[in-house]
Design a protein around this ligand. Structure first.
Ligand code: CA
Length: 220
């Protein structure tokens, strides 16, 4: 049962069994680790357990609909690419989905090969993004935890979380780094975003960098 962990993990959220299984099979054939969630609640649980590298998300789902799933995971700071699947081709759905944080959109029925190509492209883009996020970390680590705490009214632990957020770590990675539960990591991450006043964790590094620069400016 154990699989190499370097396989990208793709979560397929789809309530239509045959389609979900076919997608998972094709993804596994292409070298991904694929899991299926058949309703929105299951999807939220699965994402909380382990953040996927990519989510394929149907919008029409039982229990919690796809749009709500998307909004909740983005509010929780999950940054992985989300490819929305929907039978509804209405322009409004597309706009709503992109506003809620979808990265791409495929309307059913679709060609499996096209979907797989999009998955690959999204993962490639995400990898490039995370590399550039990591290369921008020198300045945030130069900012001491004390200075961060004072500047933004953070607790000592939140200051550590802020630094890790700026380095591009996910909630599970922060939990592991600080030896705290994922639940606690997620709550700290939320608090940090609220206190430094940014809507998304991707913005944390820029805010810390700006704060550092202004701190330097006042010293000189
Ligand atoms: Ca459906």
């Amino acid at each position: 049962m154990s699989q190499p962990t370097n396989q990208p993990f793709v979560l397929v959220v789809e309530d239509q069994d045959d389609l979900a299984e076919a997608l998972a099979l094709n993804l596994r054939r292409d070298g991904y680790r694929a899991e299926v969630a058949r309703d929105g609640l299951h999807a939220l649980y699965a994402v909380g357990q382990r953040e996927p590298d990519l989510i394929i998300l149907d919008l029409g789902l039982p229990r919690v609909d796809g749009m709500t799933v998307l909004q909740r995971i983005r509010a929780d700071g999950v940054q992985c690419p989300v490819l929305v699947l929907t039978a509804r081709g209405a322009a409004q759905d597309r706009v709503d989905g992109l506003h809620a944080g979808a990265d791409d959109y495929v309307i059913k029925p679709f060609y499996t090969l096209e979907l797989l190509a999009r998955v690959k492209a999204l993962l490639r883009r995400a990898a490039t993004r995370s590399r550039s996020a990591t290369s921008g970390t020198e300045t945030s680590t130069a900012y001491s935890d004390d200075a961060l705490a004072t500047r933004f009214g953070l607790t000592a632990q939140q200051a550590r979380v802020a630094r890790l957020l700026a380095e591009g770590l996910s909630n599970p990675e922060i939990a592991a780094a600080l030896d705290i539960s994922r639940f606690t990591a997620r709550n700290h991450a939320r608090e940090v975003l609220a206190k430094i006043g940014v809507p998304a964790r991707a913005r944390v590094a820029a805010v810390l960098r700006a704060a550092l620069e202004s701190q330097r400016g006042t010293r000189e």
